[in-house]
Design a protein. Sequence first.
Lengths: 439, 465
Amino acid sequence: MGRSYFVEESIQNYLLSLSNNFNQKHVTGILIGQTSTARDFIIQAIQTPPKEEPFQNPSKKKGFHLDETDEEWITEHARQVSRMLTGGLAILGVFLIVPPTLSKEASNMLRRLVFAVDTSVTRWKVVKLSEEEVYDRVTVQMCSETKKVNCRTFDVKDPLSSPKPADWKYQNGVSSTWPLLQCNVEVDLRLPVIASFVEQNGLKNWALKMEKCYYLINGQMRDPDKEILEVHKKNSRASAHRECFSIQLLVPLMQDDQGDCMAMVQECSKNIILKGVVHCKAYIHSNKPTVADAVRALKRDLLDTISIRYEMLFEDVFSSNEDERGKGQKIDHALPQRVFVQASSSDILSCDYIFRDETFIEVKERFKEMFDCEVSEDKVDLLQETVSVPAVCPDVEICQEHSSMVLGKNVEKQKTAGVALAIGVALLALAASFFYFSD
Amino acid sequence: MVLEDQGIFCRVRGALELSFSLHSKEEATIQKAITKAVQDVSLQVSSEYFVFNICGSPVFIWPNRNLKITPVEITPDTPCREIQKYIRAEEEESDKRSSRKKDKKRPRDIININLMMEISKSSLSSVPTIHQEHKKHLHVEMNLPIDVVILVQLEQKLGVIVEHLMREICNQLSDMEKSIHKHMKETCIPIPQPFHFLLPEPIGMISVIYPAGVPDDQLTMIRKELHNKFHLPEDRPYLRRANAYHFPDERYKDGYLRSPHLFLSNPNLEDSKLYLVNGVYSYHHYMQDRMDDNGWGCAYRSLQTVCSWFKYQGYTEKSIPTHKEIQQALVDVGDKPKSFIGSRQWIGSIEVQAVLDHLLGITSKILFVSQGSELASKGRELANHFSTEGTPVMIGGGVLAHTILGVAWSETTGQIKYLILDPHYTGAEDLNTILDKGWCGWKASNFWDQNAYYNLCMPQRPKVV
């Protein structure tokens, strides 16, 4: 009894077109969707963006294998994309299109990839909300000639797990009735810096508080174990649209029973406060989702959006260049702004983060590379989060530097890595030749 | 005392974070910083995102948003009686007990409310900023334990109740600020803790803020002032921390039964009056605390019951002594040799008197009767003891020790019955068993060994506030 994957119809065409334009040894890519206990949904497939190989080494090796840089490239792409997904959506697996001659090696490669991608995608999360129920991830192998699709799942929590067969079914409008939850959440975090260490607990404690907070769905308290879609609405014909829920989050002001007698006093070298209101979105599948499932997806989106932006500025904000900054200086950094983009045939939105100086152009470029998708201006919503009255940002140069790094999406990094590798190889060859000819 | 009115308690609790940065340790700076920090807390309390949630119910109230309430059927005009229906009933042990009590002393019902802050905003979101300040400083932080109680009538409207609660919260915040300013020393700031006391009518329930960690002994001035203000007697404590009102929904964490005699029906004795222990005590008996003292520990257990009375009435903050601690005390006063500790030797009333004096500073009178049959003639003395001191009495004689919690005595006929708490019980803390089998119950004079002699240890209540 394997898992069943309900796959958006348009993905079939996408995979077919990739296999038809086949001029490489293989095509890899990732699969995006949502799991539920009974079945899984795939709503988007994205091929790995082509890597520029500075030195074309026609492979002399028999068969082929993914070398480390390939694997790094694929997992990095997956990591970047996972940060552009809204709540409820995740990278559920990988696909590989190979010529028939390489189909045997392909299954090994897929296995390695699916584990590597999962590690890369989960590692950056600050706090893992109480537990994912489903750890199965899918590998899809397609033959470039026969176009046949072989679909199997692995339990990524068990490195020794063996593949299980799974169903791969195409369906139209898989996500068209997925309910959408939205919320604007105020964040007010103090991150103490004691001596020169940023207390990591600041963000973790906040995340735990968020996990425990109460919620109201469209202004009402609902039973977490009941289905979020009310039965009478489900049956009506009119509900062939996406239902939107507005969520309110309430933090209980609990007294802890710590038995503290005195106020806590900390010596801090810096005062760092993260403050603002973020927009959160989450989608929940249409297979009998409960209130608890839906709210969990939204809370995950909240935690992810804060930790992504926090990380984007981390090195700059917390670097120890105190001497340069001088005492008493107050500095404000704006975190990147979240924008929402329709990057697939369905109207499920993905997101991106832009710095002050970036516009729709940069977003369009990023989506072309990351999502293999042309995005027109009307599909980009830059207004969900407003940028407040510009605060003093003396470190504009630093911001820009960072933004170009992020813009580069590590493409720059990979390019330099590729060059470095090539140089390394050349040097070695030189040294070797020296050895041989010196005698 | 039957409660005639239909009032119930309404209690709001929550922690409000008070925090501020200090760049110098000068007192003036600190005072100013605290005042400003309290103002910030007040802003939070008056914010439109400040929310009440009635515990165990789907009812949420925004007191500062024109009393917006969910579910929408509830409005500010809804009476309290209607609100109670939304609260999920919780099964409690006290329900089992109350069937025995009939309507003798039913505790008041209570509605608990939790404080919350809504973090979702209806306005447009604004991109977060990180604000950094590179300056060495002290960061001071504490949670103010807001705890406000009011008495409401069932017919009162929710809107009126909420307004009243908000006023009380603001008052408590201001009292807490005063307490902080009064008790702080540089950056050692004790947390201001509210305590509620149910004082005799017509005063009713009052709340007092005490600084955490400061023992009762150091707060005598505050108590004396309050005793004066409320015309309370000067010789018995009403406002020590241990005297705080025990809300019916709060469970005792230690697991001991409290005052089981309250659930007994009165003894049938013609023309008699009841003279009972005045206040709360806990029932201590064989085999408790994983201590197997079956056969030798009865006097120790009776002593524990006596100590518990002094603790709960606020005369001591010390914990109830263990067998070892009792034995150690007797060694310390020179009454027993070192080998006594860890032994299973019995103790008697004289030892009980010595331990009460040494550990708790309590003096006791010893009453000697040469024969058990003589005890019946001590009715007046016992009645007097319970009237003036109201403390439990430890009685030892023959081979047994017991606790006397009161007498039913007829001045005219001289007939007497004794309310006995028996420490020889070895079972679990099951109220029904204890009452049904007479481990706490009324006994006649034939309960005593008519030929043995008895010593009674009658502890005296210190005349302090």
